[in-house]
Design a protein around this ligand. Structure first.
Ligand SMILES: Nc1ncnc2c1ncn2[C@@H]1O[C@H](COP(=O)(O)OP(=O)(O)OP(=O)(O)O)[C@@H](O)[C@H]1O
Length: 570
């Protein structure tokens, strides 16, 4: 399947991103400010066809300085091509050759770079090569790079350098969609800021009793990490005196997630973003492994001097994950297939995705006594339980972690060998993030996606993503007919599936039970009152029968008396 088809499948229109050199941070940009209408705009990409187009440009004589610039640009183009980096915008900073350049060119302290090396980061990943210099040169960016490619350090590293010495009070904010991810980013921030005096904090608890305490911590922090909900809640508290005036940088991780969902959810996030942006005048950077038209449009209109960075193919699954589809027929077939995988021997850690909290609970009940160290995480568990499960999984105490979409984005569990999509993901975007929990930081991983006859509607887009990342997919899947309306509905509401259970059904009893359940209250009272009538009728009948016997007895008695009387009279 061609690249264009995949974009169509993902419902993603290729948009022409624009940039402006104007360093003002807000105010709308006109749509005419696109790359074609701007002769100064650089388009740097891994596609040779586009570079050839540039060669056709006027062949005027260049001054030595212009020639030097041109050669440097060509060299940079080549370097970016080698690393699959595409950048669109004006005056794009050169990509990093190595971490040493941070010291020589950007004055980053040697101790900070040494921390990177201690973390095992011997050389920058492609997204780090391009995003770090952009942020260090104060450019607003929208960055799209594969799952597990080091986007977190790509924004934390420059933020921590730019914050410099601690000043007490938030000057950089990182927003992300889940608390688990916020905790993870916080941990990475602590690790990377080890050589500094900077204070980092994550907004965790919103219990009334804890607000004051949390507020005090945040007031002292230089870098704050939060979900939008929690931050907005804190900002709305009358008592809270968090000053956001000093915030210079706002980073939105998993940005497309916060811009997706129902219209209501998107509107809520945009309102939250407005609240946050109105309380600070910061520069903005957005990161994700997937990119949608809505985010491109929003960024084009709200981010001045924007640079769009893409690594590899946009909206592609990580090429280091070996992906396969497994037809299971129906829901009970899935459980059989899962148990067969266990029998063959699963190599932990394994992540298993299901579509809802209820299904996560059902599958957990089923697997609890299967002899594997299994646990479950979903939105109905308390924060303490969720934290404990994540910790146990990281420590290897839990081998198989059952989870919902909650864990699909951003979560970095070292060495996840296998991701099982027990339920087919609702969209290709969700699929990319779920399978991206394996095969991180260059490691190899595997993903198995179960599907049944009912899942065919979503299969083509997922098969297309698989094919693009080099996996084998049956040809017929790429030609399956699609129903866009049904697909959209599935993204909003998970399809109905039979309960995950191997408990043997007792059809007769179950039928009676379900009949009972289906009865309305009126039916039930009618039945009760009918019952009463029947009982009453029975009593009445018995009484009548007794009366009748008595009457007969009486009659007989009278006859006898008369007879006796006659005899006495003789
Ligand atoms: N330069 C580097 N060299 C080696 N490993 C790195 C480097 N940068 C980051 N990593 C490691 O790569 C792993 C994935 O990084 P990270 O979680 O930032 O990925 P991501 O791109 O944000 O993924 P996702 O899209 O799933 O959120 C982490 O374990 C991190 O420690």
């Amino acid at each position: 399947m061609k690249n264009e088809d995949i974009k169509e499948e993902l419902n993603i229109k290729e948009e022409i991103e624009s940039g402006s050199d104007n360093e003002e941070l807000s105010g709308p940009q006109t749509d005419s400010e696109d790359e074609d209408s701007d002769p100064e705009l650089q388009v740097i990409e891994g596609d040779e066809g586009k570079t050839k187009r540039k060669e056709k440009k006027k062949k005027s004589k260049l001054t030595p300085e212009e020639l030097k610039k041109k050669l440097e640009l060509e060299e940079q183009n080549h370097f970016r091509n080698e690393h699959g980096i595409k950048a669109v915008g004006r005056h794009i900073p050169n990509a990093l050759r190595d971490f040493n350049e941070l010291i020589t060119k950007y004055n980053i302290s040697r101790s900070m770079v040494e921390v990177l090396l201690q973390c095992g980061y011997s050389e920058p990943t492609p997204i780090q090569r391009q995003a770090i210099p952009c942020l260090l040169e104060n450019r607003q960016i929208v960055a799209c790079a594969p799952t597990g490619s080091g986007k977190t350090a790509a924004f934390l590293m420059p933020l921590l350098h730019m914050l410099g010495a601690p000043q007490g009070g938030p000057r950089a904010l990182v927003l992300c969609p889940t608390r688990e991810l916020a905790n993870q980013i916080y941990r990475e921030a602590i690790r990377l800021s080890a050589s500094t005096q900077l204070r980092c904090s994550v907004i965790r608890s919103l219990k009334e009793s804890k607000i004051k305490e949390r507020e005090a911590t945040i007031r002292k922090s230089d870098l704050v990490i939060s979900t939008p909900n929690r931050l907005c809640y804190l900002l709305k508290q009358d008592t809270v005196g968090i000053n956001m005036d000093k915030v210079q940088w706002l980073v939105i991780d998993e940005a497309d997630k916060l811009f997706e969902g129902s219209q209501e959810e998107v509107d809520t996030f945009r309102q939250q973003l407005d609240v946050i942006l109105s309380s600070c005048k910061s520069r903005l950077a957005m990161f994700s492994a997937t990119h949608t038209p809505s985010i491109a449009k929003w960024a084009r209109h709200n981010m001045r001097g924007l640079i769009n960075i893409t690594v590899g193919h946009r909206n592609a699954a990580s090429s280091s994950v070996d992906q396969e589809l497994l037809f299971c027929g129906n829901e009970s077939g899935k459980l059989v297939a899962f148990r067969q995988l266990i029998q063959k021997g699963l190599k932990p850690p394994v992540l298993v995705f299901v579509q809802s909290k209820d299904r996560a609970k059902e599958l957990f009940k089923e697997l609890l006594y299967d002899g594997i160290q299994v646990d479950v995480i979903h939105g109905d568990r308390t924060q303490a339980q969720r934290d404990k499960v994540v910790r146990s999984f990281r420590l290897g105490r839990v081998w198989v972690l059952l989870c919902t979409e909650l864990m699909a984005r951003g979560i970095d569990f070292r060495g996840v060998n296998l991701v099982i999509n027990y339920d087919l993901p609702p969209s290709a975007i969700s699929y990319i993030h779920r399978v991206g929990r394996a095969g991180r930081a260059g490691a190899k991983g595997r993903a198995i996606t179960f599907f049944t006859q009912d899942d065919v509607v979503n299969l083509r887009s997922i098969a297309a993503v698989m094919k693009q990342s080099g996996c084998e997919v049956p040809e017929y899947m790429l030609k399956l007919k699609q129903n866009p309306n049904k697909r959209k509905r599935l993204v909003k509401k998970a399809p109905h599936r039979d309960k995950i259970s191997t408990i043997v059904k007792k059809p007769e009893k179950r039928k009676l039970d379900s009949e009972e359940e289906n009865k309305t209250e009126k039916d039930k009272t009618e039945r009760i009152s009918n019952g009463k009538h029947r009982k009453q009728r029975k009593v009445d009948n018995v009484n009548q029968h007794k009366k009748h016997i008595k009457q007969k007895e009486n009659k007989l008695g009278n006859k006898r008396k008369k007879k006796l009387g006659k005899k006495k009279n003789i």
